[in-house]
Design a protein. Structure first.
Length: 192
C-alpha cells in the first residue's frame, strides 16, 4: 500500500483545521503547529493556503463530476442512476468528511479556480437534472418540479459529512442502501 506523501498529510491536516475553524481563521502557523513542524517547512511542499484549498475542493468536485457523468451515461434506469448518485456521495463523503466541509463551506474563498469550480458544480447539477428529467419522461419519477427534486436530494447528500463524521460504526454500503430507499421512495411511482 502506498504511503501518504508529506503534501497529502499537509492537505489532510489543513482540511481538518478548516472544518474546525473555517478557512479564513486558519493560518499557516496553525497548520505547522498542528503538524509539529516550523511554518517555513510547509513551503517546501505547498506554496500557500490557497493551494491547499484548491487541492481539496477541485479534486473532490472533479471526482463528483466524473462520477455523475459515468452514471448518467450508463444503461441503468433513472431510479437506479439516482441510487448510484447516492452511493457516489456516500462513498466520497465517508472517505473525505473533513474535505467535504471545505467543499461545502469554503469554496467561496477559491480565487483563480472559483470559475472552474462553479463550472464543475453547474455541470454536476445539469447531469443530475438530466437523470431526473429522463426519469419523468420514462414515467419512473413523478412529474414534479425537477429543481425541487434535485434540491431535495442534494441538500441531504451535501450535508452527509456532518452526520457521517459522528458515526464511528458507519457501514457506507448500508448507509447508501438506506439513503437510496428513503430519498428515492418519495419520487418513485412504482408501488412496492
Amino acid at each position: 500500500m502506498k504511503g501518504i506523501t508529506r503534501k497529502e498529510e499537509i492537505v489532510k491536516t489543513a482540511a481538518k483545521l478548516f472544518k474546525e475553524k473555517g478557512y479564513s481563521a486558519v493560518t499557516m502557523r496553525d497548520l505547522a503547529t498542528a503538524m509539529g513542524i516550523k511554518a517555513a517547512s510547509l513551503y517546501n511542499h505547498i506554496s500557500s493556503k490557497q493551494e491547499i484549498l484548491k487541492e481539496i475542493i477541485i479534486s473532490l468536485a472533479e471526482d463528483f463530476t466524473e462520477g455523475i457523468k459515468n452514471i448518467e451515461k450508463s444503461n441503468l434506469t433513472s431510479i437506479k442512476k439516482i441510487e448510484a448518485v447516492v452511493n457516489l456521495h456516500v462513498d466520497i463523503t465517508s472517505k473525505n468528511t473533513d474535505e467535504m466541509a471545505s467543499l461545502n463551506n469554503d469554496w467561496v474563498h477559491l480565487e483563480e479556480k472559483l470559475e472552474y469550480y462553479l463550472l464543475l458544480r453547474s455541470n454536476y447539477e445539469d447531469e443530475f437534472r438530466n437523470i431526473i428529467k429522463k426519469g419523468i419522461e420514462n414515467d419512473e419519477i413523478v412529474n414534479e418540479n425537477i429543481d425541487v427534486i434535485l434540491f431535495s436530494i442534494l441538500s441531504t447528500l451535501r450535508l452527509l459529512y456532518l452526520w457521517i463524521s459522528k458515526k464511528e460504526d458507519l457501514k457506507p454500503k448500508e448507509l447508501s442502501e438506506q439513503l437510496s430507499k428513503i430519498l428515492v421512495k418519495g419520487i418513485n411511482k412504482e408501488i412496492n
